[in-house]
Design a protein around this ligand. Structure first.
Ligand SMILES: Nc1ncnc2c1ncn2[C@@H]1O[C@H](COP(=O)(O)OP(=O)(O)O)[C@@H](O)[C@H]1O
Ligand SMILES: [Mg+2]
Length: 259
């Protein structure tokens, strides 16, 4: 099982959008995919059509090890796609993680029984550098950073890279960057806006040309794909799915770790 996280330390950077569309792409390609909702705002859980019932195990119970991993995994309507959901109760994981002293190690350990069952585990992150966020960075082998093609988005990229480096420095993470995805890249007709162009150029300078993946264009179609639970191809815009095709190839090229 390859563990990947979608991280970006600000709201509205395309983390959840990337997790939803990428996981569906991977599942459609035949991989068995586990997605994990690591944000107490739980947009991922909602977007995948899951409603957490009272007393139903979620990521919180997985983190606290009060249930077995498999008891908090739910099938979705999409073949090959499984979810560990969350609700706002996930905030209660913060205290647990900060008192264990090894908070960054917890999530990876809790997910390890999924080795052998799932091909890919993709974790969605909260927008803050919280204990949950650190545990997600600790669990991930590769990190995808989506960030808006704006000055705010560039700031989010810089903070995300800092958070990863800090944990790597401490030996609490072995994560490498899988790539940066410029989000809401704006074009007017055949012309990219000046802001999008200059911010994406700055991203290339920050992480290197090869680490900046094809961008997610500004388009209502993505919102539609998510709200209607459709693929971009089904909406008649298969070209917009190109960034996810490239991501799938990058993920396929990661060497599977020995179990
Ligand atoms: N390609 C797109 N163009 C414009 N808006 C988009 C696009 N894709 C998603 N959105 C919208 O952008 C917002 C932020 O996306 P989201 O994935 O929820 O970010 P995050 O998880 O980082 O907070 C959402 O309201 C979503 O509907
Ligand atoms: Mg989100």
């Amino acid at each position: 099982m390859k563990i990947l996280a979608c991280l970006s330390l600000a709201g509205g950077q395309g983390k959840t959008t990337t997790v939803v569309l990428l996981s569906k792409h991977l599942a459609a390609a035949g991989y068995t995919v586990l997605v994990v909702d690591g944000d107490p705002q739980s947009n991922l859980t909602t977007f995948l059509g899951h409603e957490v019932a009272p007393n139903e195990p979620t990521l919180l119970e997985v983190v606290k090890a009060s249930v077995q991993l498999e008891d908090a995994i739910y099938a979705t309507e999409i073949p090959n796609l499984y979810l560990i959901p969350s609700d706002d109760g996930l905030d209660n994981a913060q205290e647990y993680l900060s008192t264990t002293g090894m908070g960054a190690m917890v999530l990876g350990k809790r997910l390890s029984p999924g080795q052998g069952t799932f091909d890919i585990c993709l974790i969605d992150s909260p927008p803050q550098r919280s204990q949950i966020c650190k545990s997600i960075i600790g669990a991930a082998e590769r990190i995808i950073i989506p960030c808006e093609a704006t000055v705010k988005g560039f700031g989010s990229l810089v903070r995300s890279l800092e958070a990863i480096h800090e944990l790597k420095d401490l030996g609490a993470s072995a994560a490498d960057l899988l790539g940066v995805i410029p989000f809401r890249d704006r074009w007017v007709g055949a012309n990219q806006t000046q802001e999008s162009r200059s911010v994406i150029a700055a991203m290339r300078e920050e992480v290197g040309e090869a680490q900046v993946l094809p961008s997610i264009r500004e388009s209502e179609k993505f919102k539609k794909a998510i709200s209607q639970q459709a693929t971009l191809a089904e909406l008649g815009v298969p070209d917009l799915a190109y960034p996810f095709d490239v991501l799938v190839k990058r993920i396929e090229s990661i060497e599977a770790i020995a179990v």
